[in-house]
Design a protein around this ligand. Structure first.
Ligand code: MF3
Ligand code: CO
Length: 296
């Protein structure tokens, strides 16, 4: 597992801003009647505008720019002719490469009006990600993240997928360590400054079981229940977690915050603050590993 320098993290943040734009533009286009293939083309267009490339296209032969996972599809759904329908939920997962550095993020969004359970599942999955990010602190352990995600999911009556996990990220989309969405606080690999990970809770309304479709990619729930997925790429600074997959502008430096409003000690982040908030005060440069990329 490699630790990243501030400069390397800054490049990943550029990739992250592009990923955020891919998600924003595809999400904005989601409505009954649109096909998942059209969403894929929108994402490809964003990459083209920035001269970036997809982390997914061609990855072990993966045939599209993004993944679109509808209803009981958990992750890695392949965009195509499928038309989204009112009441569906769709997970959109995107990755971008800038100068050889990756960022990876996902959201799950409603198609038109959706049912109460689906809405609650989406809300809980996003909240679980927020809590997982807040738990990703230098000096902690990977189990802190899993415990935070799992606790949030299970308190709300949902199950956490165990057969697929989050991951280290950097020069490759998938690097060690694995980042499970379940676990025990205080247990597991130490989390150190310079670690970059994709935290990606997948929550099922029913059981945690998974099944791989014949296309070799699409992962569905074993029991047919619906599933929601959220993901951010996060860099661990000495001061706390910094979300890299957020919209541009802020990229690379803390956004200007009036001095009076600037909190004295922005970190550690509170669980009730959103990822966006973390980055607004993210004086990212200080805490990262210095010098060449270290291997642990
Ligand atoms: N966020 C997904 C993951 O880390 C992205 C998968 S890309 C694919 O598994 F190419 F493998 F589909
Ligand atoms: Co990922």
């Amino acid at each position: 597992m490699t630790l990243k320098t501030a400069e390397q993290v800054a490049t990943m943040r550029q990739a992250g801003a592009i990923v955020a734009e891919m998600l924003a533009r595809t999400t904005a286009a989601v409505r009954p009647g649109i096909t998942t293939g059209e969403l894929d083309r929108i994402a490809a267009q964003v990459l083209k505008e920035h001269g970036a490339t997809s982390s997914f296209l061609g990855y072990y032969g993966y045939p599209a720019t993004i993944c679109t996972s509808v209803n009981d599809e958990i992750v890695h759904g392949i965009p195509g002719r499928r038309k989204l329908r009112e009441g569906d939920i769709v997970g959109i997962d995107a990755g971008a490469i800038v100068d050889g550095w990756h960022a990876d993020a996902a959201v799950t969004v409603p198609v038109g009006r959706i049912g109460d359970e689906a809405a609650r599942l989406i809300r809980t999955a996003e909240e679980a990600l927020r809590r997982g990010i807040a738990a990703a602190k230098a000096g902690g352990r990977l189990g802190d993240i899993g415990a935070a995600v799992q606790g949030c999911a299970e308190r709300n009556g949902f199950s956490v997928v165990r057969n697929y996990v989050g991951h280290g990220i950097g020069r490759a989309m998938h690097e060690p360590p694995q980042v499970p969405n379940y676990g025990t606080a205080g247990v597991g690999r130490p989390i150190g400054a310079g670690l970059c990970i994709a935290i990606e809770p997948m929550l099922n309304a029913g059981g945690a079981g998974t099944h791989l479709l014949d296309d070799g990619w699409t992962v569905v729930t074993a029991d047919g229940s619906i599933s929601a997925h959220f993901e951010h790429t996060v860099a661990i600074a000495a001061e706390g977690p910094v979300v890299l997959t957020v919209p541009g502008e802020a990229a690379g430096r803390p956004r200007a915050v009036p001095a009076a409003r600037r909190p004295r000690r922005p970190y550690p982040p509170r669980a009730d603050r959103g990822p966006q908030d973390e980055v607004e005060h993210g004086g990212a440069t200080e805490g990262f590993a210095r010098g060449s990329v270290g291997t642990r």
